[in-house]
Structure formats: structure tokens, C-alpha cells
Design a protein around this ligand. Structure first.
Ligand code: NAD
Length: 264
């Protein structure tokens, strides 16, 4: 198994109580990183997952309930991580939400929320984490973008704008930190079967009259030459690779893991 050489380092994964973020947290923990988890959800379930990560991988895991739409909570979360562990070495900006509607029907508050959580939160986390990474001359920043960071789909104006934005943000951070031992890359997944996508499948089944299974197949095959979902674990493995010494000169890149979606 590929090693990311991050044993004993500290990793913060935003939105790691579910889906892709949880899989990335598990992959980093399997490689020996201590964790700061973040995200919403049932308190007891989050505590159970936190404790499980500690026992399964022999690492330390803490949890911050910071809301990624609130800059002051983000700053406090970064400060708490550095205080708890003495450093923040690996930052994964993963928290995200979706809203689907034509632009003329798109609620202003949904635009604000999608842009705040999917894009601005990464500005706030990186801004706060960068001084420590520069001081220690080591850092890995992984931004979870999307195929929608590279190409568009209708009815997703806020999401597509935010995801294109995070690909641009990734490049700027990569340039600025290029000689400080810090890399910054984006991962651009295609369809991954998580709660975020299940909502879209359920909505599609409702409006089209298809069964949920039929709607699932239709959703994937409409965009991807490969008619199968990417597994969250695959994204976790890619994140670990981007933390490895082998990836030390990979920076400013956007890695597709999308069943051929943007190859078309
Ligand atoms: P998910 O809904 O399973 O998980 C989202 C996570 O973000 C959860 O932990 C949730 O609690 C957290 N979150 C949401 N709002 C938050 C807030 N205000 N503050 C803190 N945490 C918050 O979704 P997912 O599919 O695992 O998505 C994770 C990331 O991957 C997102 O950025 C998403 O855009 C991206 N992505 C997903 C897919 C896919 O097909 N699922 C494809 C491409 C990109």
C-alpha cells in the first residue's frame, strides 16, 4: 500500500463526518496522521466515529463543530488544531453543499451558502493555516473540487462557479507557496454515491417517475463514459498520494477521478 509519509503529522479535513471527507480522514489516519474532524451530524454518531478512528488506526482524533460558512469559527478551528497538536500539516478542504435550480429561480441565500461553504471556506482555512506551514517549511493542501470545477452543467450555477473558483484558488496558493515546501492541489471527482448525490438521485426519480435505481443509472451515464460511481476510498488514496514525498513537486494541479467525464 502507498505510504504518504505523514505518520505523526496533523491533518484537518473539513466536512469529514460523511461521504468523501470521512473516507479521506480514514485514509490519512491509516497512514498515521492525527486528525481534526469537522462537519455536521448526529453528536453521538460523530463521537462514535472519532473514537473508532483512534482505536482502528492508533492515532489521535479530535472534532471541531465549526460551521464552514462562518469565518470566525473557521479561524477558531485552525487555532484549536494548532494548539492541540502543535501544528497543522495537512489541510483538506472538502466541506460542500449543492443546490439545483435554474438561475432565475436560484434563491439568493442558496447562492451565498454554496459559495461560502464550497469556496470561501477554503480561502479562510488556507489563510489561517499558511503562516504555520511556511514557518515549518512543510505543508500539503488538498482542495476537493469536482468535475464541475472544470466543466459546467445546467441548474448548478453556484456550485459550478464555486468549484471553478477553487481550482483557481488552488493555482494561486501553489504559486505563492512554491518554495516553502508546501503543495496545493485540487481533486476533481465525478459522481460519487454519497448523501449529497443521493438527494439528487431521489429528486430525479421523483420528477421523472423512474425508480431510484433507474434514476441512479441515468444520472451517471448522462455525464460519464464509465457508467460507475467513483468510490470515496479512491479519493482518499489520491489524497494520501498527494501528501507523499513522491508528490513533492506536484502543485497547482487539478486531478480528475471521474470515469472519463471531462475527457469528452
Ligand atoms: P456529503 O454531503 O456526504 O458530505 C458533506 C460534508 O460537508 C458533511 O460532513 C457535512 O456535514 C459537511 N458540511 C456541509 N456543510 C457544512 C458547513 N457549513 N460546515 C461544516 N461542514 C459542513 O457530500 P460529499 O459528496 O461527500 O461531498 C464532499 C465534497 O466532495 C464536496 O465538496 C462536494 O462538492 C465534493 N464532490 C462530491 C461529488 C459527489 O459525487 N459526491 C463529486 C464531486 C465533488
Amino acid at each position: 500500500m502507498l505510504k504518504g509519509n505523514i505518520a505523526g503529522k496533523t491533518a484537518l479535513v473539513t466536512g469529514s463526518t460523511s461521504g468523501i471527507g470521512l473516507a479521506i480522514a480514514r485514509a490519512l489516519a491509516a497512514d498515521g496522521a492525527n486528525l481534526m474532524l469537522n462537519g455536521f451530524g448526529d453528536k453521538a454518531a460523530i463521537e462514535q466515529e472519532r473514537a473508532r478512528l483512534e482505536t482502528e488506526f492508533g492515532i489521535k482524533a479530535r472534532y471541531s463543530p465549526a460551521d464552514m460558512s462562518k469565518p470566525s469559527e473557521i479561524a477558531a478551528m485552525i487555532a484549536a488544531t494548532e494548539k492541540e497538536y502543535g501544528a497543522l500539516d495537512v489541510l483538506v478542504n472538502n466541506a460542500g453543499i449543492q443546490h439545483v435550480a435554474n438561475i432565475e429561480d436560484f434563491p439568493v441565500e442558496k447562492w451565498d451558502a454554496v459559495v461560502a461553504i464550497n469556496l470561501s471556506s477554503a480561502f479562510h482555512t488556507i489563510r489561517a493555516a499558511m503562516p504555520g506551514m511556511k514557518k515549518r517549511k512543510w505543508g500539503r493542501i488538498v482542495n476537493i473540487a469536482s468535475a464541475h470545477g472544470l466543466v459546467a452543467s445546467g441548474q448548478k450555477v453556484a456550485y459550478v462557479a464555486a468549484k471553478h473558483g477553487i481550482v483557481g484558488l488552488t493555482k494561486v496558493v501553489a504559486i505563492e507557496a512554491a518554495n516553502d515546501g508546501i503543495t496545493c492541489n485540487a481533486i476533481c471527482p465525478g459522481w460519487v454515491l454519497t448523501p449529497l448525490v443521493q438527494l439528487q438521485i431521489d429528486a430525479r426519480a421523483k420528477t421523472s417517475g423512474q425508480s431510484v435505481k433507474e434514476a441512479e443509472v441515468a444520472l451517471v451515464s448522462e455525464k460519464q463514459p464509465m457508467h460507475s460511481f467513483t468510490k470515496p476510498e479512491g479519493i482518499g488514496a489520491l489524497a494520501v498520494f498527494l501528501c507523499s514525498d513522491a508528490a513533492a513537486t506536484i502543485t497547482g494541479s487539478a486531478y480528475s477521478i471521474d470515469g472519463g467525464w471531462v475527457a469528452q
